[in-house]
Ligand binder design. Sequence first.
Ligand code: NAD
Ligand code: TYD
Length: 352
Amino acid sequence: MILVTGGAGFIGANFVLDWLSIYEEPIVNLDKLTYAGNLDTLADIRNDARHVFMHGDIADRETVAALLEKYQPRAIINFAAETHVDRSIHGPEVFIKTNIVGIFNLLESTLSYWKALPPERQAAFRFLHVSTDEVYGTLSPTAEPFTEASPYEPNSPYAASKASSDHLVRAWHCTYGLPTLITNCSNNYGPYHFPEKLIPLTILNALAEKPIPIYGDGKQVRDWLFVKDHCAAIRRVLEGGKAGEGYNVGGWNEKTNLDVVNIICKLLDEARPRPNGDSYSRLIEFVSDRPGHDRRYAIDAGKLERELGWRPAESFETGIKKTVEWYLSHQGWVDNVTSGAYHEWVSQHYGS
Ligand code: NAD
Ligand code: TYD
């Protein structure tokens, strides 16, 4: 079986659901259930014997050691992290705790477990760390996309904490021989995305007739990848990736924030016209920019294609259409995640 951490969050839960729809191999899912963890997302596999959910922290060595001892996984895929850049600006401490100290503890627990495995299982074992393109910092409009050789230049507390975790993972490979893999992926979107991030926030604010906040001039560029394509890339790297290597994952889909929001508004105009007949794009409101806001991210995912034959299946146009349709047809899930804690965040961050 495999151990997944953070499997109640956006990408981790999509990964767990996809995995169980493809393979018989069971998953142990360790998640702390922070505000971003949501068991509703896993409701369809509640009674599936192939999925074992454990509520716990990656930093808790006793819990992790007991899990590893009991389930003897052949691989660990680490999704667990604090992930929202704006939250990392308001309160960086928890990012240091989970993304750096938590990863350190998880690596130590994994190393003890791995060292005790028989040689054949040691050789086959993988620790796959899911990371971000934000570790590379920002690009000028004409610069070449980030490759695996790009220097790490993180600009936000979130990006710096993820960069630190990548360095720790690399060091545990180089120093102790732990068979690690790192994936650095661009911005994901798709079903079950928590509505503090741009795409679900835009869909839900539009439907609620609330302002759609665009930071600064909205001309920042992100490379967007449909979450199921990211899950497929992780499965591919897990199967075929070379221990100790890193792989960039991206959608070849660069878009400005303003373009993304306008595309969503157009889809909503067609699917759920506003009562007053206006376009949802009239709800766009330019607000103060994010401090240290990276201007452009772009990923060269060529290594993953050349070496492991992965390419995204969705274009932005097909993926965003599926995403909008998903949000329109999953009102119950949306109502449950937009809990009290979410409202507090919205009034703290956008209040003024
Ligand atoms: P998310 O915030 O939606 O989910 C994170 C999950 O981790 C939650 O279920 C949370 O409860 C859990 N968690 C947090 N701290 C934990 C801890 N100490 N122990 C155990 N569980 C803990 O995040 P996501 O968007 O699904 O991102 C998953 C991973 O992918 C992260 O490592 C992130 O850096 C990386 N990533 C995300 C994106 C993106 O666009 N969302 C892009 C590239 C990489
Ligand atoms: P986000 O979804 O937070 O992802 P990340 O910061 O990891 O890229 O933001 C995506 C882009 O959208 C980023 O450039 C910030 C911008 N943004 C807004 O303009 N308004 C918003 O309300 C939010 C949440 C993000």
